[in-house]
Design a binder for this molecule. Sequence first.
Ligand code: BTN
Length: 262
Amino acid sequence: MHRPLTIEGLFPAGRLRRLGGHVDHYPQIDSTNTRLLAQADVLPDGAVAVAELQTAGRGRLGRRWHAPRGAAVMLSVLLKTTAGSSLLEHAAMLGAVAAAEAIETATGLMPRVRWPNDVMLSGRKVAGVLAESRTAAGEVALVLGIGINCLQQRGHFPPELQNSATSLEIESPRAIDRLAVARMLLERIDAWTVDEVDWPRLRESWRTRCDDFGVFARLLHNGDEYVGVIVDVLENGDLTVQIEHGGRRQFAAATTTRIWNT
Ligand code: BTN
């Protein structure tokens, strides 16, 4: 169901507790993350940027993120915090849990999460999170950007993503209301961030949606490849892996690439 992500539609009862004091809805923009990072000094905490089309949408590790106009939820929120805040290291996990919860509530589908920041349906990626930050005058501007594939059909994905990406519309027997997904996403981010984030609860929510434990993973870190079994995710979001040739190691999402065989 294509309805534009208007400010009135996203915030029908006005601003939420933390999010929505300032909202920009862009028919077209380079990237909502880029825009909020650039304007962080002048925008208030809780500002939201939402786009119908991104011409230079960005994913993790310099990858591109693209969706046809009006097909995906593409939004970013600005969360102002202080250096050393644990919000910074947990942001990707928070974004993935909020996206999974939003999809569950708005569609009835039951997504899974995959370290570090992927939200999955039927083993394919349906949503991703890009958390970036900028520090100025002792204040840290955290921008949490989330993309959820909603209305795409298989042919909308480029050939290299046909087997690894999916959308809510592909996975659901019912029509998808993209606006409801976006509204729910903002509500869930607001609920997790309005007070001090409850990290044990967030981690538990992430773990119950994760099928990674006990699974073999190939990881690229500082130019070296590691193969091992995923043991756990620590409270700071790092992955603990039992390496094939001995020893346990921890990997931080910001410096590690997970290699997929597909
Ligand atoms: C990933 O899976 O690598 C992260 C994808 C994040 C995409 C979202 S869409 C809204 C926001 N703006 C961007 O340029 N990227 C994020």
